[in-house]
Design a protein around this ligand. Structure first.
Ligand code: ATP
Ligand code: MG
Length: 538
């Protein structure tokens, strides 16, 4: 690596520059190419032009201090390897310089050819590693993004159309079963996509923002999420007093959900009995989840925390990622997770250690709509709503028409736009035109060419006439970040494809300008009375 490394020396003192030049010429086994600059501006320009492997920067330059020059160099070239040189050593300067982004810091008095050479080489190596890490992080980001959006899209289409076909009365019995296989493979693949992207994201995430969270609220949520599994197996879940811990509620639900779901899923021969308890151990809370399942052999108790390691065959569904995710979640909380024999033999106990929170009242559940609000909604008589679907996939447009409008009999006037720009044009035309009824609701896909769903939300919020129109995201992504981003940008609800009557009902709960009213076995979506009546045919 020393062969032909280029070094830029930025120092106003000609004697010092000469000393570095000589030292570098004497460096063992190295062949440095040296550039020189006598002030900050010249150095910044030369760095941009030559892109040397390393910059030796004098801390006290006339006119402009070394830290300012360092900042400027890194602004233009964030990967620059800069070593700061000062006349005398000082802790404060060292901290300031390293915080400013220098790779290292050397005092001129103690400099020798060897130290200088070693320091330059390690700065270059540090830079190479940082660049590789950056590259890896970028690939991981692309991969995670592809997982969350692009892979789910075609899968959702396969599932939705298979379901439609399966419900068709003219389908032969055998074909019905064959479609069942397609659907269960697609379910498995979807689960894999969700888990792998969740795992990659956790791998990439650094610190989490921990807040006091109530463990009993977490377990309540888990029980709600697992309602179907619990009731279908007749599982008994027992719990002792549970304290508050410091952590991220969503991640803790994910962790306990996998542990409790495993406890039920792998207990095949008996009625599953799961016991959840917790006790304080100094600053830590030790949570134990015990089951009466088959137990886990001592040799396998670490193995199961590795990604994709399973002890059972495909007869029991699963991806083998659950416990790997749990371990990462525990680590992100500064805690740990492992498993032991359940008390009294047979079965397993999973132990999780998390930081204990100083006690704080549980948060009240989100307010439900008040009876008065419900009344106001029911009283409103409007016209059939104008709904704009912004969607680039013809298959998804079809799906909304067949599933939501035809099969589930939800009636509204549908308008289409195949990307954000087209949608904005249509909305603006209607807002200024004065002839066509205004759009009452926008259903917005995220991933679209030209202008995506997030950009549309941004554009809507900037337009005084359009920002009052409720916009719901309708996406394949169930990614928490996407949901949060959509919420921040003003989306009133987040629906996951395929759109269902139930999802729409839920999404409309907090929207005062729209009302879903039964009409025979159909539902009609009404919009608020506006300046024009729509000629809707129902
Ligand atoms: P996923 O959670 O991703 O849907 P999974 O349940 O197979 O799939 P993990 O939760 O990581 O993956 O579990 C790994 C393996 O550990 C399981 O396949 C199972 O063999 C074993 N295991 C986990 N929990 C228990 C348990 N409570 N009792 C017996 N075996 C268990
Ligand atoms: Mg599992």
């Amino acid at each position: 690596m020393a062969e032909g490394s280029a070094v830029l020396v930025i120092d106003d003192n000609i004697d010092d520059r000469e000393v570095y030049r000589r030292m570098l010429a004497r460096a063992p086994g190295a062949n440095y190419v040296v550039y020189e600059a006598e002030n900050g501006d010249e150095g910044i320009a030369l760095n941009a032009q030559k892109r040397p492997d390393c910059v030796l920067l004098d801390y006290s330059l006339p006119g402009r201090d070394g830290v300012g020059v360092l900042e400027e160099i890194l602004k233009l070239d964030p990967s620059a390897n800069v070593i700061m040189l000062t006349g005398q050593g000082s802790e404060t300067i060292a901290v300031e310089v390293m915080k400013g982004g220098a790779r290292d810091y050397l005092t001129k008095d103690t400099l020798s050819p060897e130290t200088l050479h070693r320091c330059i080489q390690s700065a270059i190596m540090h830079g190479d590693l940082a660049a590789k890490l950056e590259q890896k992080q970028q690939s991981l980001e692309i991969f995670t993004r592809a997982m969350a959006h692009d892979l789910k899209e075609p899968l959702r289409t396969i599932k939705s159309f298979s379901r439609l076909l399966q419900a068709s009365p003219s389908l032969a019995h055998d074909d019905h079963d064959l479609l069942g296989y397609v659907l269960s493979a697609a379910d498995h693949m979807e689960e894999l996509i969700v888990k792998v992207s969740g795992f990659s994201k956790l791998e990439a995430s650094g610190d989490l923002e921990a807040k006091p969270v109530s463990l009993s609220a977490i377990v309540d949520q888990v029980e709600r999420n697992l309602r179907e599994q619990i009731s279908s197996r007749g599982a008994e879940i027992e719990r002792g007093p549970l304290p508050q811990v410091m952590g991220d509620g969503t991640l803790l639900v994910q962790m306990l959900q996998n542990i409790i779901s495993n406890a039920i899923k792998y207990c095949e021969d008996e009625v599953p009995r799961v016991r959840i308890s917790a006790q304080g151990e100094g600053m830590l809370c030790r949570i134990a989840v015990s089951d009466n399942g088959p137990g886990i052999a001592r040799d396998h108790r670490e193995l199961i925390f590795q990604p994709f390691k399973r002890l059972v065959g495909r007869g029991i569904e699963g991806t083998g990622l659950g416990l790997a995710i749990c371990r990462r979640i525990a680590q992100l909380h500064g805690g740990a997770i492992w498993c032991e024999d359940a008390d009294g033999g047979g079965g397993t106990t999973f132990i999780m250690e998390l930081p204990l929170a100083l006690s704080e009242a549980d948060k009240a559940p989100a307010d439900a709509a008040s009876p008065r609000q419900e009344e106001q909604r029911a009283d409103r008589i409007g016209r059939v709503a104008e709904v704009l679907l912004v969607e680039d996939s013809p298959a998804d447009v079809q799906l909304l028409k067949i599933k939501l409008m035809k099969r589930e009999k939800v009636t509204f006037n549908l308008h289409l736009a195949s990307n954000g720009l087209e949608a904005m044009r249509l909305l603006q035309e209607r807002a200024t035109g004065g002839h066509d009824p205004l759009i009452d609701l926008i259903l917005l896909d995220i991933n679209m060419p030209i202008m995506d769903g997030f950009e549309v939300l941004e554009a809507l919020s900037r337009d005084a006439r359009l920002k009052t129109i409720p916009a719901f995201i309708l996406s394949t992504s169930s990614d928490e970040d996407d949901m949060e981003r959509a919420r921040r940008l003003g989306a009133r609800a987040y629906m996951i494809k395929p759109p269902t009557r139930q999802q729409l009902e839920l999404a409309l709960r907090d929207v005062q300008t729209l009302d879903l009213q039964p009409c025979g076995d159909a539902l009609i979506l009404y919009g608020e009375q506006t300046r024009h009546q729509a000629n809707a045919t129902i």
